[in-house]
Design a protein around this ligand. Structure first.
Ligand SMILES: *[C@@H]1O[C@H](CO)[C@@H](O)[C@H](O)[C@H]1NC(C)=O
Ligand SMILES: *[C@@H]1O[C@H](CO)[C@@H](O)[C@H](O)[C@H]1NC(C)=O
Ligand SMILES: [Zn+2]
Length: 377
């Protein structure tokens, strides 16, 4: 057996050890690359990011590259668990740690923050996310013309708000957003920019979207984590008895599902129209265009013991003029909603999500939300 075969086999054995069976950076299973300077095993996608920080990380394929004895030894002595203790010992609880399903900019900035900037190796270094205010320019999509223009954004921990201004020296903000109503998620495909961030918030009980980006990946990810830091601070005050682990899930979260369905109006004679749907927990919103500022409508999805149901198909006799065939009927105490999906798998996927939501027990806040919905319609 050549020495390289031997080393490849040894590496494989080390990679199967606890901690090394998933990517050190994104958790993807079965990492096939290693950083022989950092001593961590990473997946193919993360190895590409490591290659761009060649000052600190030297990546090699576990089976295709040539490894030296001392490098294999180094991998054995270090490994993912040990290096996590070094590079992730002080990650703030609110910091968004990406998974392999997250977009490139989040994963890249996490890897750079960890190994290049070494933000999490000692306490206090990541304090910059918690500065009392964050003030800077972001490109924001205009509501009416869809053009992106530079706008000044100010995040204030003391006020618990995110404001934006149309002119840099304007006294009055164009909008004042309360941080406790914000859900911020990266949406590169929808926005058409790799650093595109969607900020959703509530205004007068209805949902409003704004779409921003910044060419600087670090800057836009810093904005996300600063918003989360302020939200976390707000939650600590609002729920003084709660533990950090109980509060983190209340920070901005991703939508359960988004995509097109066709929908008919309340009289069910208007014909089916294609709409963009976003499911955020119990709130099913629909938009004419995925980048619309306001939802055209919202449906509250309560618990199935209280008159809510979702089933495949449409009521007999529905005049189905739309192009899509795979129907879904949602019953609420007030009315029924008819949707159609393009494919059966899409229909099944939506139904699974509706089912999960309707099976879950409602929280006191969700009862309040249901009452507000009833009040509005
Ligand atoms: C590495 O950097 C180049 C140049 O900035 C960039 O185009 C590429 O997408 C980066 N690759 C990864 C995987 O981050
Ligand atoms: C996120 O969205 C939900 C539903 O729209 C809303 O109730 C909540 O306040 C938002 N913010 C957070 C931080 O979850
Ligand atoms: Zn990875």
């Amino acid at each position: 057996m050549s020495s390289n075969d031997r080393l490849t086999r040894e590496l494989r054995e080390i990679q199967l050890c606890p901690g090394n069976e998933v990517c050190a950076d994104c958790g993807a299973p079965d990492p096939s690359w290693g950083s022989c300077s950092l001593g961590v095993f990473v997946c193919l996608a993360c190895s590409g990011i490591h290659r761009n920080i060649s000052d600190v990380s030297k990546v090699k394929s576990l089976c295709l590259s040539r490894w030296e004895d001392h490098e294999v030894q180094f991998m054995a002595e270090n490994g993912n668990d040990l290096m996590k203790l070094r590079y992730e010992s002080c990650v703030p609880v609110y910091y968004y740690k990406p998974t392999h399903r997250d977009c490139q900019v989040l994963r890249e900035q996490w890897i750079r923050a960890k190994y290049e900037r070494k933000e999490f190796t000692e306490p206090g270094k990541s304090f910059r996310y918690e500065e009392a205010t964050r003030d800077g320019l972001l490109m924001k999509r205009g509501r009416d013309n869809g053009q992106f223009l530079s706008r000044r954004f100010v995040l204030s921990e003391r006020d618990g708000t995110l404001k934006y201004f149309t002119k840099f020296d304007a006294k009055e903000p164009k909008a004042v957003i309360k941080v406790d109503t914000i859900n911020a998620t990266f949406q590169p495909e929808k926005i058409g920019n790799p650093n595109g961030l969607q900020i959703t918030y509530l205004k007068d009980y209805s949902t409003r979207n704004i779409f921003v980006y910044n060419d600087n990946g670090k800057d836009i990810v810093d904005w996300l984590n600063s918003i989360r830091a302020v939200q976390f601070h707000y939650l600590k005050v609002a729920f003084p008895g709660a533990t950090d682990l109980e509060l983190v899930p209340k920070l901005t979260r991703n939508f359960l599902k988004e995509g097109y369905m066709e929908k008919t109006g309340p009289r069910q004679t208007e014909g089916f129209k294609k709409r963009w749907f976003t499911l955020d927990k119990r709130r099913l919103m629909y938009f004419k265009d995925p980048l619309d500022a306001f939802a055209k409508g919202e449906v509250f999805l309560g618990n199935r013991d209280h008159g809510y149901a979702a089933s495949p198909g449409l009521p007999a006799g529905t005049h189905c003029n739309g192009a899509w065939q795979h129907g879904i009927t949602i019953e609420t105490p007030d009315r029924s909603f008819l949707f159609t999906c393009e494919t059966e798998s899409d229909q099944q996927d939506w139904l699974k999500h509706f089912d999960d939501v309707m099976s879950a027990v409602m929280s006191p806040q969700e009862y309040t939300m249901e009452a507000l919905f009833k009040h509005r319609h």
